[in-house]
Design a protein around this ligand. Structure first.
Ligand code: KIV
Length: 289
């Protein structure tokens, strides 16, 4: 890795994100859960990082995101902040950390800001979550909404599938986006929504940036799950995930070589361990008798 101090980038603030969008430049956004990946993402010039509750699956190995807690999220968000000190970081609120009440939502959103140094939070849900967004924003915390496929309610949505394919369902997503915008969300993520619905919502939004995860090119920017991009999640690869490199394969090959070389004693070589001067060694032998 390069010297962390040598390649510092300017951190984008909320007005910079809006300026980018108003110039027609797309905002780049990735999930991230750890220090070294955050460091690399910042060096690559990513605009925003999401410390997603998807870490329940990608890092902790659960089948879904529901078991994830604030105490799981905070150490990861803090590690990401240490790796990417100059990147806009959004903490993703886990299941049941905002649904019960506005007060619960504000307290947990505050933890992301105070304990992990996040710049904003994200929560899932439509109009029924507008009062949570309003409360959080009123407490001075920038909030991002999340519509379409919302993994925390996958059971109610009939699984991990495209949302808003019928006119009636699409109308509900368009209406929800307006309600979240009115409640003060500065950004809304549309996950697995048809491209034309995403385009409509983007064109109609006034004070809110619209981001796409599998919802097409018309949004103000794009989000991908880092582990899907690099072949690091073994259970499945969603259609919307473009694979930019197969790090999983590279790591597996390396691990197999290590196992082979330890077995055949090809590892370690002198450059992999430390020696001792002859006179010191002889003195040691004498001392030991
Ligand atoms: O947790 C996460 O990474 C997310 C994405 C699926 C949008 O919320």
């Amino acid at each position: 890795m390069a010297d962390p101090k040598s390649e510092q980038k300017k951190k984008l603030a909320l007005p910079d994100l809006f300026k980018k969008a108003s110039h027609g430049e797309a905002i780049s956004w990735l999930t991230c859960y750890d220090y070294p990946t955050a460091y690399l993402q910042e060096q690559a010039g990513i605009d925003m990082i999401l410390v997603g509750d998807s870490l329940g699956m990608t890092i902790l190995g659960y089948d879904g995101t529901l078991p994830v807690t604030m105490d799981d999220m905070i150490p990861h968000a803090a590690a990401v902040r240490r790796g990417a000190p100059n990147t806009f970081i959004i903490g993703d609120m886990p299941y049941m950390t905002y649904q019960p009440s506005v007060e619960t939502a504000i307290r947990n959103a505050g933890r992301f800001m105070a304990e992990a140094g996040c710049d904003a939070i994200k929560l899932e849900g439509g109009g029924e979550m507008a009062d949570r967004i309003h409360g959080i924003v009123s407490a001075g915390i920038p909030a991002v909404g999340h519509l379409g496929l919302t993994p925390q309610s996958a059971s109610m949505l009939g699984g991990f599938r495209v949302q808003g394919k019928s006119a009636a369902m699409a109308k509900k997503i368009v209406d929800d986006a307006k309600l979240l915008e009115k409640a003060g969300a500065f950004m809304i993520l549309l996950e697995m929504v048809p491209d034309r619905v995403c385009k409509l919502i983007t064109e109609r939004s006034k004070d809110c940036l619209i981001m796409s995860l599998g919802s097409g090119p018309s949004a103000h920017g794009q989000l991908l799950i880092f582990h899907d991009m690099f072949g690091l999640y073994p259970k499945f690869k969603p259609k919307m995930a473009k694979v930019y490199g197969n790090a999983g394969e590279v790591i597996l090959n390396g691990l197999q070589s290590y196992v082979r070389e330890v077995g055949s004693k090809a590892f370690p070589q002198p450059e992999n361990y430390f020696s001792m001067k002859d006179d010191e060694y002889n003195e040691l032998l004498q001392t030991l008798g």
